[in-house]
Write a protein that binds this ligand. Structure first.
Ligand SMILES: [Zn+2]
Length: 601
């Protein structure tokens, strides 16, 4: 007792001095972060407003918006990547044990942002942006031709979704891959420049840089992707066998060992849901008599019923929610999105809502993003941490509510379906699996492994196509209609390989997280069958959601998931959701040879 007091007496002045320097450092760091945040907010807001105009008011031949967008983006890039910001953030982080945890997270966000365009290597950044712009122009400007006529990728997709003629399908599929030839040199060049840009900030390669935002190493991410793939493999093998037989039957040809790529209703074989139609579920018909405005109002009412606030008046004034009249004199981007322009209250959505089932699901999905923004725009969450718990969470939340919005009890409650009417729930589950389960080997395997080898393993350019098809065969069990040599670059036909590089595992994770959250909500909160839930009106579901949404990225995403659902990231909930399909498919597949190995070689 005495001795310890003695030590205390000696240690105290030192501890005081230490506390003093810690406080001083924290005050300095806070002053820096406050200044950075103020400038960042201004520049980001200007840039977001310019982008908004570029997307909602497209006037042919008028480049005003495009020029403003480019300038605003550049100003933001020069600021976030400035040498001063890099040095200052690094200096503070060198002493991170003395800083508050939120300060450390914000400084890490500053450095992460800087690594995308470090002004310490301005020439590299310029070359990279030029290479990326040129690649996008080639990709989006490519002239696809079928039967001597120019066609859009939508028209190619339409052939793959509907045509019963294999020759026609093959021509469409092969044409969709032609663009890859032109993109190969650009992909090789972008790989080099992307790696070099982030290496300037100490990341080993671009893939590791993208993964680092999860607080994970590349090896951990690849191991996680392998785990998710393994968990869903047994079900995928049954779907694979089912599809081989079903399609051979449809086209009147012998069953092939692997799935021919041109038999599938998607250019990359990533979504087969179109193979199945569900009888007795006519949401399109029910929505026909409603207005587009009603659809959006119902989505808002869904969130309000969970205890979320009504959307601010500015949301309704500033958003672009409906298709433009034919005589508008300008066009808009028709791809749905949700925007958080000033990272405070300026929330908008860009949609082209019509009263049909697709938009019913989409409005629920997009408002999920909007309510995520609202939930973390509070004084407790610093502006720089106002984002999803990780990149996958935002999408997981939107898709989760999209899924909930399509379940029968909710629709019956909204007066859109007749509760007594019979619909085929097994077919509905199969259709869902042909979308979600089929997506897993593609996202965790083909895309993530290819980009990992591209950036982190320096895959030689003369092996791009061979390696791509090895992965497609091993993970998806798909083969091309004829051998694809190195004159092709089929990986580059996927837009994300070019303009959303090294982050495709985000999508795999968002699927897995969404089923984890849905499983918890259905079983633990609502005590309902996960295939037939009605979230509407449940304040308990609202509380659970707010518990996840309101911290933004200020908390560790793994701790958050564990705390809220009681488990780590795993596909177990997704496997369980689709479990009823397994015996159903096994029965259908009885006596059929399963050609896909238990694991990718
Ligand atoms: Zn989304």
């Amino acid at each position: 007792m005495k001795r310890s007091r003695m030590i205390l007496v000696v240690v105290l002045p030192l501890a005081l001095a230490c506390a003093d320097s810690t406080r001083k450092l924290q005050t300095e760091a806070q002053a820096y972060l406050d200044g950075y945040t103020a400038t960042y907010k201004d520049l980001a807001y200007t840039s977001a407003k310019a982008e908004w105009n570029s997307n909602t008011r497209i006037v042919e031949g008028d480049s005003t918006n495009a020029v403003a967008t480019k300038q605003a983006r550049e100003a933001l890039a020069v600021f976030t990547g400035s040498a001063t910001n890099i040095e200052t953030a690094r200096r503070f982080l060198a002493d991170k044990a003395k800083l508050g945890p939120l300060q450390v997270k914000q400084l890490e966000a500053v450095l992460y942002e800087a690594a995308n365009n470090p002004q310490t290597v301005p020439d590299l950044v310029k070359q990279r942006i030029a290479a990326e712009t040129a690649q996008s122009e080639k990709l989006y400007g490519f002239d696809y031709r079928l039967g001597g006529k120019s066609v859009s990728t939508n028209q190619i997709d339409e052939v793959l979704k509907t045509s019963r003629k294999l020759e026609e399908r093959r021509a469409a599929w092969e044409m969709s891959k032609e663009v890859g030839k032109d993109l190969r040199p650009g992909l090789e060049r972008m790989r080099e420049l992307r790696n070099q840009t982030v290496q300037a900030l100490g990341y080993p390669d671009y893939f590791s840089y993208q993964v680092s935002e999860y607080g994970m190493t590349t090896d951990e991410m690849i191991a996680l992707m392998e785990q998710l793939n393994r968990e869903l493999r047994p079900l995928y093998r049954e779907l694979h066998t089912y599809a081989r037989h079903m399609l051979a039957d449809k086209f009147g040809t012998p069953v092939s060992e692997q799935l021919p790529a041109h038999w599938l209703p998607n250019r990359w074989g990533q979504d087969w849901s179109n193979l199945v139609t569900v009888e007795g579920f006519d949401l399109d018909g029910a929505l026909k008599s409603k207005s587009a405005e009603w659809v959006v109002q119902q989505s808002e009412a869904f969130y309000v019923s969970l205890g979320f606030p009504k959307l601010p008046a500015s949301f309704w004034e500033r958003s672009s929610l409906y298709p433009l009249p034919a005589d508008a004199g300008y066009k808009k981007n028709n791809h749905a999105s949700a925007w958080h322009l000033d990272l405070e209250n300026d929330l908008r959505s860009l949609m082209s809502v019509e009263p049909n089932a697709d938009w019913w699901e989409t409005t629920h999905h997009e408002l999920g993003h909007i309510y995520y923004y609202i939930s973390y725009s509070t004084p407790e969450v610093p502006l720089l941490l106002r984002r999803g718990a990780n990149r996958a969470y935002h999408e997981a939340v939107g898709t989760l509510i999209g899924l909930a919005s399509m379940q029968k009890p909710y629709l019956v409650g909204r007066g859109l379906l007749d509760g007594a009417a019979k619909s085929d729930s097994m077919q509905a589950l199969l259709k869902e699996a042909l979308n979600a389960v089929v997506f897993i080997p593609w996202s965790t395997g083909v895309m993530s492994r290819f980009e990992h080898e591209l950036y982190a393993k320096n895959l030689p350019a003369e092996q791009f196509n061979r390696r791509w098809w090895e992965l497609v065969r091993a993970y998806q069990g798909i083969e091309p209609p004829s051998p694809r040599g190195e004159e092709f670059c089929d990986a580059a036909t996927k837009t994300h390989i070019n303009d959303d590089a090294a982050q495709y595992y985000d999508y795999a994770m968002s699927y897995v997280i969404l089923y984890q959250l849905h499983d918890h909500i259905a079983r633990e909160i609502l005590h309902q069958d996960p295939h037939a839930t009605d979230y509407h009106g449940s304040v308990a579901v609202g509380d659970f959601m707010r518990g996840i949404l309101s911290s933004g990225s200020s908390r560790d995403w793994r701790a958050l998931l564990r705390e809220k659902t009681g488990s780590d990231l795993s596909a177990a909930a997704m496997v369980r959701y689709f479990e009823p399909l397994l015996p159903y498919l096994q029965k259908l597949n009885e006596g059929r040879k399963v050609t896909l190995p238990e694991g990718p070689a």
